[in-house]
Design a protein around this ligand. Structure first.
Ligand code: FCB
Length: 523
C-alpha cells in the first residue's frame, strides 16, 4: 500500500494567512450581508458550543489532540457549486438535463445553472480555504466540461484551464487538491446510451480518468474515482430520488453497481500502474455509510442491522446479498439472479483496488426485522430484497456514537485500512447562527477521536461543505455550508457562519479543547 501521508500539506507555510478572519472585507460586495460574528465572538461561540450534550458517554476535561499529520479539509462537488452549465464548451450532464426538462422535480424548482458560480468565483473559494486554514480541499471534476462528447476524442481546453486555475491557486497556499472524478454528473450523451447500466462505461470512465490524470496528475496527489456508488446506483437507477431517475427497481441498481465497480477498478489500475510510479499519489473510492443500530438485541434485529450494513455500506456484493437476491429472483421467475455475477477475473481485478477507504458519513438509523417488513415493498426492489425496517433515531441526524461504531467496525472487520472521512456535515435551513452545526461537528470529531484512540487509522476529515450549494433534489432549501451563500446576489456572496470560526479554531489548535462529549447509543 502506498503511503497516504501528505508531503507538503503539513508544512504549508502560508496557509491561513488571513488569520484574523477579516471576513467583512472578504465578503464585501453589492449584496453582501455583514458577518454576524467577529474573531472575539468566536471564543464565546466556542464556549457555548462546549455546553451541549445532555446524555454523556464520556466527558473529557483535557485537550484532545488530533494525531500528527492529520489532515483537515472541506468538500464540494462540481454540479453543486460550479454553475456555468453551458459555458466555454461544456455539454449537458444528467442534472442539467433533468432539471431543464422537469424543473419542479427539485423541491424549490431550482437547478445548478449558476449554483455558487464557482466557475467564476474560484479565487474567493480559495480565499475561504485560507481563512479556514485547510490542509486540503476535495472537489470534483465535471466530466462534460472536460470531455463534452462524453468520450475522450476531444479535450475541452477551457474546461481544463478552469481546473488548472483552481488547482494552481490552491497550491500557491499549500492547500492540497483532492479530486473526485465522478460526483454524479454524467454527460447526458452517455446516459442516452444507458449510463452506468451499460458495461461499456468501464472504458468510457477509465478513458476520462486517464485524461484527468494526464492533465492534473503532476500536481494532484489525492484521487477518488467515484462518490457514493450506493447513491449513484440505488437512487438514480433503482429509485427516482437522483438523476437520471430511472426507477428501474430491483434490476437497474444492480447492473449499475457491477459496472461501476469494474469501472472504478480499471481507473484505479491505470493510475496505479501508469501514474503513481511517476507522480506518487494515492487513489481510492468513497462509499456512503450510515451506521445501522439494531432496534433490540434480538437475533432478528441484530441480523437485520448487519445485513443492512453489508447491503448498503461496506462490502459491495457480500455473500448475504448474493444469496438473498438469487433466491428471490428464482422465486420471482427470473431465469438468473437479478444481481449480475462477477467473473473470477473481475473479482481479482476489483480486489484491493483502493489505497484508502473514503468514507462519507452523516447519520445513524435503527433497524428491525419482524413480520411487518415482508411484502410491503415493490417487487422486485432493493428494499424488498433486503427485508428490513428502519428509521431515524430520536436525535434525528446528530448521532456521533454512530460514527464511532462505524469506524470500529471498519477497523475490526476490514483489517484497519487507512480511512479518509471525505464528507461529514449537518444541514440547516440557513442563517449564520448555526449552533447545531457546531454541536454536530464537535460531537462527530470527538467520536472520531474515540475510535482513533482505540487504533482506527483515520487520516483525514473533510467537512461537508465549504459553503452552501445545490443540495440535489432539495435544491437550495437545505444548507450544509460553513459559509452561507447569498443566492439573491449575482456574485453569490459567501459569508462565514459561526461554525466557520469554530472549525478554523480546531484546525489552528489541532485539538478539541476541554469537555468534549459523545452521546450514548440510547440517546
Ligand atoms: C452526500 C453527497 C454530497 C452532499 C451530501 C449532503 O451524499 O455526496 O454531494 O449532497 O450528501
Amino acid at each position: 500500500m502506498a503511503s497516504t501521508s501528505p508531503s507538503s500539506a503539513k508544512d504549508a507555510p502560508e496557509r491561513g494567512v488571513t488569520s484574523s478572519l477579516s471576513y467583512a472585507d472578504a465578503a464585501a460586495g453589492p449584496c453582501s450581508t455583514p458577518p454576524a460574528t467577529n474573531p472575539e465572538q468566536s471564543i464565546h461561540l466556542l464556549l457555548c458550543a462546549l455546553t451541549w450534550g445532555a446524555e454523556i458517554k464520556k466527558t473529557r476535561n483535557d485537550v484532545r489532540k488530533f494525531p500528527d499529520g492529520f489532515l483537515f479539509g472541506t468538500a464540494t462537488a462540481s454540479y453543486q457549486v460550479e454553475g456555468a452549465w453551458d459555458e466555454d464548451g461544456k455539454s449537458e450532464n444528467i442534472w442539467d438535463h433533468m432539471t431543464h426538462t422537469q424543473p419542479c422535480i427539485i423541491k424549490d424548482c431550482s437547478n445548478g445553472d449558476v449554483a455558487d458560480d464557482s466557475y467564476h468565483q474560484y479565487e474567493r473559494d480559495v480565499e475561504m480555504m485560507r481563512e479556514l486554514g485547510l490542509d486540503f480541499y476535495r472537489f470534483s471534476l465535471s466530466w462534460s466540461r472536460i470531455l463534452p462528447s462524453g468520450f475522450a476524442d476531444k479535450v475541452n481546453e477551457a474546461g481544463v484551464a478552469y481546473y488548472n486555475n483552481l488547482i494552481n491557486e490552491m497550491l500557491k497556499y499549500n492547500i492540497e487538491p483532492m479530486i473526485t472524478l465522478y460526483h454524479w454528473d454524467l454527460p447526458q450523451r452517455l446516459q442516452d446510451l444507458g449510463g452506468w447500466a451499460n458495461p461499456h462505461i468501464v472504458d468510457w470512465f477509465s478513458d476520462y480518468a486517464r485524461v484527468a490524470y494526464e492533465q492534473f496528475g503532476d500536481r494532484v496527489k489525492y484521487w477518488i474515482t467515484i462518490n457514493e456508488p450506493r447513491e449513484v446506483c440505488y437512487q438514480g437507477y433503482g429509485a427516482n430520488t437522483m438523476a437520471p431517475i430511472l426507477d428501474f427497481k430491483g434490476i437497474g441498481e444492480y447492473l449499475c453497481a457491477k459496472n461501476l465497480l469494474v469501472a472504478h477498478a480499471k481507473a484505479y489500475h491505470i493510475y496505479d500502474e501508469e501514474f503513481k510510479p511517476v507522480n506518487g499519489g494515492v487513489i481510492g473510492i468513497t462509499l456512503s455509510a450510515y451506521w445501522y443500530e439494531p432496534e433490540t438485541d434480538s437475533e432478528a434485529d441484530v441480523t437485520a442491522a448487519e445485513e443492512q450494513i453489508q447491503f448498503e455500506n461496506l462490502v459491495i456484493f457480500p455473500p448475504v446479498m448474493k444469496e438473498k437476491i438469487a433466491a428471490k429472483s428464482e422465486k420471482q421467475g427470473y431465469p438468473r439472479s437479478r444481481l449480475p455475477e462477477f467473473t473470477p477475473e473481475e473479482i481479482e481485478y476489483v480486489r484491493g483496488s483502493a489505497d484508502f477507504f473514503g468514507l462519507n458519513h452523516y447519520t445513524t438509523e435503527i433497524v428491525y426485522r419482524n413480520e411487518s417488513v415482508y411484502g410491503i415493498r415493490p417487487v422486485p426492489s432493493y428494499y424488498d430484497d433486503l427485508e428490513t425496517g428502519f428509521y431515524q433515531t430520536q436525535n434525528r441526524k446528530m448521532v456521533p456514537w454512530g460514527l464511532y461504531k462505524l469506524l470500529t467496525k471498519i477497523r475490526e472487520s476490514y483489517n484497519n485500512p487507512p480511512v479518509f472521512i471525505t464528507e461529514n456535515g449537518f444541514s440547516t435551513t440557513g442563517g449564520l447562527e448555526d449552533d447545531n452545526r457546531i454541536r454536530y461537528y464537535r460531537g462527530y470529531l470527538s467520536a472520531m477521536l474515540d475510535a482513533v484512540e482505540e487504533g482506527s487509522d483515520v487520516r483525514a476529515y473533510a467537512a461537508w461543505s465549504l459553503m452552501d450549494n445545490f443540495e440535489w433534489m432539495q435544491g437550495y432549501t437545505e444548507r450544509f455550508g460553513l459559509y452561507e451563500v447569498d443566492y439573491d446576489c449575482p456574485e453569490r456572496t459567501r459569508t462565514p457562519r459561526k461554525s466557520a470560526f469554530v472549525y478554523k479554531e480546531i484546525l489552528q489548535t489541532r485539538a478539541l479543547s476541554t469537555s468534549t462529549t459523545s452521546p450514548t447509543p440510547t440517546s
